[in-house]
Design a protein around this ligand. Structure first.
Ligand code: BTN
Length: 223
């Protein structure tokens, strides 16, 4: 099962950064890096990821068995690890009640045969900075008092299953949790109605000038 060997750090720059260094040095598939606190946590799109010490599950896995569905499968596994109903905002933000509880950052060197899967999940946070309030939540705020280690155990079990699952199963599970399906969305270059994902994981949006497929970037729900 993935999650062994494990390195736990009280404070580090970024668990993804540490896992990348371990991967480059030959660490085996499934190596896990966790931390109480990060000084330079990274999010998607070049953003920072911050959380007060021990308030979030901060983890990164070295993966050497790579599937194209990795980012989607990771989101499905993260939802299933939660004791609450969760949905996925494309491509792989995990939401509870329309607020983000977990984010996923996949960084890789496919040509060297490895990727790092980083997951940050707000577990016990009591509050968020003003700019995130209203957009972020934690398991505690959503009414679930569960510890970081318990969530980690559930998450690793789910990742073990979903990272190796057939593509069709991953796509079906992802689609059943799609938070944007049928909703009005906008992105840098346009707006329209989100209409699910294609088999490559691209977001399909119906616009006034036809259907477009978004392969990367950020979309916002218009509500
Ligand atoms: C996002 O939603 O933008 C992705 C956030 C990913 C954050 C996690 S926290 C653990 C791991 N280490 C990092 O530096 N980033 C990921």
């Amino acid at each position: 099962m993935i999650g062994r060997p494990r390195v736990h750090l009280r404070l580090t720059d970024s668990t993804n950064e540490r896992a990348r260094a371990l991967a480059a040095a030959g660490a085996p598939h499934g190596t896990l890096v966790t931390a109480d606190e990060q000084s330079a946590g990274r999010g998607r799109q070049g953003r920072a990821w911050t959380a007060p010490p021990r308030s979030a599950l901060l983890m990164s896995l070295v993966l050497r068995e790579l599937h194209e569905t990795l980012p989607l499968a990771a989101a499905v596994a993260t939802c299933e690890a939660l004791p609450l109903d969760a949905s996925i905002k494309w491509p792989n933000d995990v939401w509870i009640d329309g607020r983000k509880v977990a984010g996923i950052l996949v960084e890789g060197r496919p040509q060297e045969g490895w990727a790092v899967l980083g997951i940050g999940m707000n577990v016990t946070a009591l509050d968020f900075p003003p700019e995130l309030r209203g957009m972020a939540t934690s398991l505690h705020l959503a009414g679930e008092d569960i510890g970081n280690e318990e969530v980690l155990g559930r998450l690793l079990a789910g990742l073990d299953r979903w990272l190796a699952a057939p593509t069709a199963e991953v796509l079906a599970a992802w689609r059943s949790r799609d938070a944007l399906a049928g909703e009005p969305v906008r992105w840098q270059n346009g707006s329209g109605k989100a209409s699910g994902i294609d088999d490559s994981g691209a977001l399909l949006v119906d616009t006034d000038s036809g259907r477009v497929a978004l392969h990367a970037g950020e979309v916002h729900l218009l509500r």
